[in-house]
Design a protein around this ligand. Structure first.
Ligand SMILES: [Zn+2]
Ligand SMILES: [Zn+2]
Length: 176
């Protein structure tokens, strides 16, 4: 939980700023990612396959043949170079939090690739992250060590820093 009592994954506690402080449903949290140095844009590295929908939306998908079924999204600060993992399917979310383990997984040798804006080729984005927590009462009775890690759904949207093109739901994943 962050200092204001919102559920947020432990690893990202200091770098996610909750967007609206009033009237927020504790089971649904919306945040903006920001580096410790204050930089609000990030370079995005992904493991997975980027697909374009019929409606022209881009999204990151796990594809067994291309990414070993893994899905990862990392943000790297363009100013100070500090990397941060926003989401990693091998360690993050409800199922993993329940098992009590969010340790770094073994490297698979799949190289992450940088995402560039499809419109302007820019490589810096504002990163917005939404979490949903289901069954809060259930979670309380389990006395989870880090309830913020047990999100049941994550949605990451990107906004191009240069041309402002939006990538809503670039990563949209149910973890339970
Ligand atoms: Zn930084
Ligand atoms: Zn752009």
């Amino acid at each position: 939980m962050d200092r204001n009592g919102f559920l947020i994954p432990t690893r990202l506690m200091n770098r996610l700023k909750v967007d609206s402080m009033n009237g927020v449903d504790p089971a649904k949290v919306k945040c903006t990612f920001r580096c410790d140095c204050g930089q609000e844009s990030s370079r995005i590295r992904t493991i997975g396959a980027i697909r374009k929908s019929l409606l022209g939306r881009y999204s990151l998908r796990s594809v067994e043949s291309e990414s070993d079924g893994r899905l990862e999204l990392h943000a790297t600060c363009p100013s100070c170079g500090e990397p941060e993992c926003i989401y990693r399917s091998a360690t993050d979310g409800y199922e993993h939090a329940l098992k009590g383990g969010t340790q770094e997984p073994a490297q698979t040798g799949i190289p992450p690739s940088f995402f560039h804006c499809m419109k302007c080729s820019g490589d810096q984005f504002t990163v917005k992250v939404e979490y949903e927590y289901s069954g809060l009462e259930e979670m309380e009775s389990m006395t989870l060590h880090c309830p913020g890690d047990a999100f049941s759904w994550i949605r990451v949207s990107l906004y191009c820093w240069t041309c402002h093109k939006e990538y809503p739901g670039f990563l949209d994943f149910e973890t339970s």
